[in-house]
Ligand binder design. Structure first.
Ligand code: GCB
Length: 608
């Protein structure tokens, strides 16, 4: 789905701002038919949960309503008029005056409604949206609804971050000409010093089209006629991690002599591949340093915020991070565009977090249920998951920063039914995008011996918490367990391995001279222990600390004011570990520790 742009033939109006807001329980039936009876106003973009200092709103399970009036620009006569939501978490119904114009499932991908037939240029309309935060066994992510003793619904889910909901990303109204570009797909390759940019266009109806590729100085370096072709760029400048270079693909759709539509897309020329146990960008081995992140900040929850975007990327750079994973859902498009422009590498993840009912047992004592069964994660969940993959890849396929798709976080890949569930989804991912490697992060219960899906992915991504959830505080034992675990995967699969999560909860300002979990010193020691082990594994290709910053969670007795595994606090102040990471990562600069170090430490490992 094309990102809405203002171009010579397209206009764009932002609908961000303050919208009327109400809980479903506080309004009458069919609230879209008139002015919403409420005095509350919600900021868009923002999650609604923490805006109002109101427990009932914070804990609400079910629908909420947003409403505003919109005036269509009077100059849009004869144009196609489109309403676009960048996200509505997790499901939405959209009404224009009394008419239902769109529904969408999935909280982190965009959707649109064509309003051309229902609104008029120059006139106002009432825009009402319901947003539903409920998660069940057939939604992505999954969750469970129960009814409490007070008769009200309760929501639980199998991930720790708070189930923020609402309109957390921008809403826009835009125009296109009746004959318009509907899609563009770009893939790039390198032939010696020549960059190859293959493009494919789709238009609303058959119409001639042409493209031009322009470099950063404004010079046209290649051009082509037709809906598909390959542009050759002699002596091309490659998009590299830490050194982004973007060409601009200028697209024109014609009608006779006239240009009827124009659109443009940033293009980074680069290749991505897995060869043997290496991850290659532009044919060179790449070592990931960075974090699993969250879209999370106080008050706005998951609301996109450009100030945090800029600041977070400066902090990534400050620590020497070259990459991050969009744990545990697709992030706002602005984030990927920023990564494109600033040379940060992205592992792009779906919202499939918590396909793992083993986590239900634990402290509740609930008998474990099988994760994959007709009553739990089933073929309907799988169909929703496939739809999420389609929408993610459709949205993000052209970003040079995106180097790998992550199909799910910590699914129960050691259980019966996992292979049947995931094999078709991984095949679908490869069909939708044959150019990027595929991974899934692996939960600690899935070992090299019992995992059912690792042969299907290109990179083995492991989430491991030795020294925290396992062997808590005992870093000597943790070091041995971690090394045995990693060597098991390396020996069995011969694929690149990365640590997609490792981390320890840490209260900023808590210190100790002895190794004490929750202190800043312990977090730094914990990471250093992990790094010693990583540096001994030749097939290791990267390290993503959990987490970039502290983040909001649902209530749990092992969470005090959220998850504290951040290297930065929730308001982005560094803990001691941030300085230690900076020292290590700024030295690595995207390369594995030198082979001398490996050989030396492998020697010591074999003496263990
Ligand atoms: C995990 C999850 C992540 C949690 C983290 C933790 O394995 O993937 O979502 O936040 O552990 O801190 O427990």
């Amino acid at each position: 789905m094309l990102k809405p742009l203002a171009t010579a033939t397209r206009d764009l109006v932002s609908l961000d701002g303050l919208w009327a807001f109400a809980l479903d329980t506080r309004v009458g039936p069919e609230p879209w038919r008139s002015r919403l009876e409420t005095r509350l106003e919600a900021a868009v973009p923002a999650s609604y949960n923490d805006l109002f200092a109101d427990q009932e709103i914070h804990d609400h399970v079910g629908l909420v309503w947003y409403q505003r009036t919109v005036r269509v620009p009077r100059g849009w006569y004869g144009e196609r008029i489109v309403l676009r939501f960048d996200a509505a978490t997790h499901a939405a119904s959209v009404y224009v005056n009394d008419t239902l114009v769109a529904t969408h499932d999935g909280g982190y991908t965009p959707f649109e409604a064509d309003l051309t037939e229902v609104v008029a240029p120059g006139a106002e309309f009432r825009l009402t949206v319901s947003v539903d935060n409920r998660l069940t066994n057939v939604t992505i992510p999954p969750g469970k609804l129960t009814v409490g003793p007070d008769g009200k619904e309760r929501q639980s889910y199998f991930h720790d971050f708070y189930n923020y909901a609402g309109l957390a990303r921008s809403v826009r109204l835009y125009s296109t000409p009746p004959t318009h570009l509907t899609d563009v797909t770009v893939t790039t390759d390198i032939d010696g010093s020549t960059g190859l940019v293959a493009y494919r266009l789709a238009t609303s109806e058959p119409a001639p089209a042409s493209v031009r590729l322009v470099d950063e100085t404004g010079v046209v370096v290649a051009s082509c006629e037709g809906h598909a072709g390959t542009l050759r760029v002699e002596d091309s400048v490659l998009w590299r991690p830490g050194a982004a270079y973007l060409y601009r693909l200028e697209i024109e759709v014609h009608d006779g002599w006239q240009t009827v539509d124009t659109y443009e897309l940033p293009v980074g020329i680069r290749t991505v591949a897995v060869r043997g146990d290496q991850f290659l960008i532009n044919g060179e081995p790449f070592y990931f340093t960075g974090f699993g992140k969250h879209e999370d900040s106080a008050v706005r929850g998951k609301g996109h915020d450009n100030a945090y975007l800029v600041h977070d990327f400066r902090l990534l750079d400050w620590t020497g991070a070259n990459s991050f994973r969009t744990s545990h859902y697709p992030y706002a498009e602005e984030v990927l565009e920023f990564a494109d422009r600033h040379g940060i590498v992205v592992i792009d993840e779906t919202a499939a977090v918590g396909l793992n009912l083993a986590v239900e047992g634990g402290l509740t004592g609930a008998p474990p249920r099988p994760t994959f069964s007709p009553e739990t994660i089933n073929s309907q969940t799988q169909a929703a998951h496939a739809q999420h993959l389609r929408e993610l890849i459709d949205r993000d396929k052209n970003h040079p920063s995106v180097v790998m798709w992550c199909v799910a976080n910590e699914p129960s890949t050691n259980e019966d039914g996992a292979r049947e569930y995931f094999e078709p989804l991984i095949t679908l991912t490869r069909e939708l995008d044959p150019t990027r490697p595929v991974t899934m992060t692996t939960v600690i219960f899935a070992t090299a011996e019992n995992d059912r899906t690792a042969d299907l992915v290109d990179v083995i991504s492991l989430n491991r918490y030795y020294g925290w959830y396992v062997a808590t505080g005992d870093l000597a034992a943790a070091e041995q367990m971690l090394e045995a675990d990693l060597r098991g995967w390396a020996a069995k699969y011969g694929k690149p391995i990365m640590m997609s999560e490792y981390g320890a909860d840490t209260i900023s300002g808590l210190h100790s001279v002895t190794a004490t979990p929750w202190t800043e010193e312990f977090q730094a020691d914990f990471l250093a222990m992990n790094h010693r082990v990583f540096d001994r594994i030749p097939s290791f290709v990267g390290e993503h600390v959990w987490n970039f910053a502290d983040f909001g969670t649902g209530p749990a007795i092992h969470r005090v004011d959220g998850n504290k595994k951040g290297v930065f606090t929730r308001d982005r102040k560094p803990k001691a570990a941030a300085f230690a990471l900076r020292e290590r990562w700024r030295g690595l600069r995207g390369r594995k520790p030198a082979p001398e170090v490996l050989r030396e430490s492998e020697l010591s490992a074999s003496l263990l």
